[in-house]
Design a protein around this ligand. Structure first.
Ligand code: ADQ
Length: 511
């Protein structure tokens, strides 16, 4: 697939109108920041580390695509489907570039209806940039696990090189009036690299994970460069106000003079240019999700799950393998609930799906081992011939299977230790729509929206999780239904399309 599904890349406008673009760029600062660069409706040009498809080479030597999973893809795929545009990213296989991707896509009947641009990474870059800097430095530090990080200087060099490559790819494929929207912690230098290449595009950035407080960020030798690089975007979006305010603290600390002109809303200014920041809690495509959850295939699967449960209450956990998702802590809470409340024994089943992720990183393998030891110990301690309390699956479910489980589950146990948002809670709220209960970590971004609908817990306290499990078990049907109806409404009122509209409107970046 080429960079432009609808034909060649649009040429820049004539020198006269181009001059107008520069004049706009140099126009006096407006209190609305990004308006410096406001233009007509270009396409949306998205960049993220991974594309929404992954390439794998089969035994026959042919490359094939499969859908990539994860929160970013769940959120952004419907956005591009409805708005058109392009997505730039890595295909998940070493050295594979545009040619391989185009060949594989040509054989894929249900390929995305938007353009895909592959940025190749070597095996060494995969190691140093992706596994190294992104997932052994930024991920643990930004999620508040400084004891798990591994700040090797060579990781940083690879991070810079890959961000530069992304910038080159975007600069060479984006139309002059495209809005370039970069996603997540892998690509925080891309805005600065684009500006260094002379890009005058409208540039936006959204961070899907939490932005850490200054006392954590300061531990990183490259913090100042990262924070300053982010100032080259016109609009910076965060999941929560907490993250936004942490970023502003960091800009104050690391970017000299960033606030010298002091605008009313407290956003920074870099080299005379105002940068807009905001909190935009991400969501899901609730209409599409709800429709998919009520199809005949999903309903049949749900009946089958319910039949196999008999009278047991189903508690569902769905998490990517990640220490930030708090899976061992959840299991300890469940163990304590069984110890304290004999009425739960034989009456509940915790079905925990762990979706494989980053399992070549030692910290992830350790988490997997810890989960498996805990599952065995809980089942040995409480299980009988007729009942096993935990069903653990290290697998990837199809979308129908996932939706059927959301529908069948009486409780969703969503207890990350720290999470940018957590879409599983939102998906459950829309798909279940019956009498389900959401037990939710107070440290997930979603807690700000589900404060009254969910049972909020401190995930690192087994006692807190155990109390919530018993409360959910005993909760009267009327209360369950009322809470769930409100949770569904909360997600529907602000779904992912509203999120995009708000994001673009806030930065005045919409065409
Ligand atoms: P994640 O941590 O990857 O993303 P999370 O919000 O936990 O995302 O959602 C996981 C997603 O994966 C869900 O959309 C779920 O449906 C999907 N999924 C689960 N099992 C699957 C399977 N077997 N196959 C395919 N998909 C599956 C990051 C941040 C989050 C933030 C999101 C979005 O860490 O905090 O909510 O981005 O911004």
């Amino acid at each position: 697939m080429s960079g432009t599904p609808s034909g060649a890349r649009r040429a820049r406008p004539s020198s006269r109108s181009r001059r107008r673009g520069w004049e706009r760029r140099l126009a006096p600062l407006s209190p609305f920041g990004g308006s410096n660069r406001r233009r007509g409706a270009g396409r949306l040009s998205i960049a993220s580390n991974r594309l929404p498809v992954t390439l794998e080479c089969g035994q026959d030597g042919e490359w094939r695509t499969s859908s990539a999973s994860g929160g970013l893809v769940t959120a952004m795929d419907p956005v591009l489907r409805s708005r058109k545009g392009s997505w730039t990213g890595w295909v998940g296989a070493p050295d594979a570039g545009q040619e391989v991707l185009s060949r594989a896509l040509a054989r894929t009947p249900d390929r995305p209806p938007y353009s895909l641009q592959a940025v190749p990474l070597t095996a060494q870059e995969e190691d140093l940039f992706y596994r190294g800097f992104a997932n052994e430095v930024l991920w643990p530090l930004f999620h508040g696990f400084p004891d798990r990080w591994n700040p090797e200087p060579r990781y940083w060099e690879a991070y810079r090189a890959v961000n530069r490559r992304f910038a080159r790819s975007l600069a060479s494929t984006a139309d002059w009036d495209d809005l370039i929207w970069v996603h997540d912690y892998h690509l925080m230098l891309t805005g600065k690299e684009l500006r260094a290449l002379g890009s005058d595009h409208r540039l936006a950035f959204f961070l899907h994970i939490p932005f850490p407080p200054l006392h954590l960020l300061e531990r990183m030798p490259w913090a100042g460069e990262l924070v300053e690089a982010l100032c080259h975007f016109d609009l910076l979006g965060f999941q929560t106000r907490g993250s936004q305010s942490n970023y502003l603290d960091a800009a104050r600390a690391f970017v000299p003079g960033a606030f010298s002109h002091g605008l009313a809303h407290g956003d920074p200014i870099l080299q005379g240019r105002a940068i807009r920041t905001g909190a935009f809690p991400i969501s899901i495509d609730s209409t599409e999700f709800s429709a998919a959850a009520h199809g005949p295939v999903v309903e049949a699967m749900e009946r089958e799950i319910r039949r196999s449960l008999g009278n047991q209450m189903l508690i569902l956990g769905v998490d990517r393998l990640d220490y930030s998702k708090g899976i061992p802590e959840k299991l300890r809470g469940f163990d304590l609930a069984l110890e304290r409340s004999p009425e739960l024994r034989g009456s509940v089943l915790l079905k925990q799906l762990v979706v494989p992720s980053r399992d070549q990183i030692p910290a992830y393998r350790k988490t997997k081992d810890e989960i498996e030891v805990l599952v065995r110990s809980i089942n040995q301690r409480w299980g009988t011939d007729a009942w096993q309390p935990v069903e653990y699956l290290y697998a990837s479910w199809s979308r129908s299977e996932l939706l059927a489980h959301y529908r069948a589950a009486d409780v969703a146990l969503v207890t990350p230790l720290n999470d940018g948002m957590n879409l599983v809670a939102k998906e459950y709220a829309v798909a279940n729509q019956g009498s389900g209960v959401i037990i939710l970590s107070a440290f997930a971004g979603a807690a700000a929206e589900f404060g009254f609908e969910a049972l909020l817990v401190d995930p690192s306290e087994p006692d807190s999780v155990a109390v919530a499990i018993l409360s959910a078990f005993q909760m009267p049907m009327r209360e369950r239904r009322a809470r769930m109806a409100r949770a569904g409404t909360t997600v529907r009122i602000q779904d992912v399309h509203g999120w995009v509209r708000d994001f673009l409107a806030e930065g005045m970046l919409a065409g």
